[in-house]
Design a protein around this ligand. Structure first.
Ligand code: AP5
Length: 219
């Protein structure tokens, strides 16, 4: 089963993709994570992507499609029961390229889930978040602090990190890019009959349940 999670920054795409990965045996394919890893590793792709990411704009279709194409050929994807596209596609060009990639790789798209959210809450959600540098557990300045200050609840690490683009100004730019380039994809997928909308302002577990109900029954 291959699904796309669409939604503005902070809607909960990554949160839900990680839960579904664990519960449904799918692979989370986050273009944001892949691009950040490339930036951190200092690869050519990372160097080319960094400027757009720092400003909250979109990385070029050519770079992103190349990264996804390569990732879909990896063995763990072939062995898994499907993929969750998290943050991809984000433009009409990427959506068309994804159709071609899926056909070429003999894969099919089963569902597109839009996680809807109240915009004024998103800047707060995103600009307050941080994660454990070791295990990746997510925290928030106001909504979810570690039980012992400065110590990860899950692995005990004392190192945390914040994304460079998680400041209020850049989040607003990311929202602008979402409205301009990504929201129109909702119409693109509406015509396929595979589009579902869920309320991303509900509690995390409820959002997961609503997404699972939108997914087709497994054979
Ligand atoms: P990317 O990493 O994809 O960032 P994004 O789309 O802005 O999304 P986020 O990761 O910020 O939010 P999310 O929806 O995953 O929310 P999360 O689950 O973390 O992209 C970053 C950059 O990379 C882009 O700006 C662009 O430059 C580039 N890029 C990436 N893909 C690209 C592409 N395809 N084309 C071109 N450029 C690309 O949740 C956020 C917070 O809210 C967390 O603290 C979480 O705990 C909390 N939360 C989640 N759900 C709930 C809930 N239901 N209730 C309460 N809190 C919740």
């Amino acid at each position: 089963m291959n699904i796309i999670l669409l939604g503005p920054p902070g809607a909960g795409k990554g949160t839900q993709a990680r839960i579904l990965e664990e519960r449904e045996g799918l692979i989370q394919l986050s273009t944001g994570d892949m691009l950040r890893a490339a930036v951190e590793a200092g690869t050519e792709v990372g160097q080319r992507a960094k400027k757009a990411m720092d400003s909250g704009g979109l990385v070029s279709d050519e770079i992103v499609i190349g990264v996804v194409d390569e990732r879909l050929d990896r063995q763990d994807v072939k062995d898994a029961s499907g993929v969750i596209f998290d943050g991809f596609p984000r433009t009409a060009g990427q959506a068309e390229a994804l159709d071609e990639l899926l056909e070429k790789k003999d894969m099919r798209l089963d569902a597109v889930v839009v996680i809807e959210a109240e915009e004024e809450k998103l800047v707060d959600r995103v600009s307050g978040r941080f994660t454990c540098a070791k295990c990746g557990e997510g925290y928030h300045d106001r909504h979810k602090q570690p039980k012992t200050e400065g110590v990860c609840d899950v692995c005990g690490s004392t190192e945390f990190k914040r994304r460079e683009d998680d400041n209020p100004e850049t989040v607003r730019e990311r929202l602008t890019a979402y409205h301009k380039d990504t929201a129109p994809l909702i119409d693109y997928y509406e015509g396929t009959g595979k589009l579902h909308k869920v309320d991303g302002m509900a509690p995390i577990e409820e959002v997961t349940e609503n997404i699972r109900q939108a997914l087709p029954e497994r054979a």
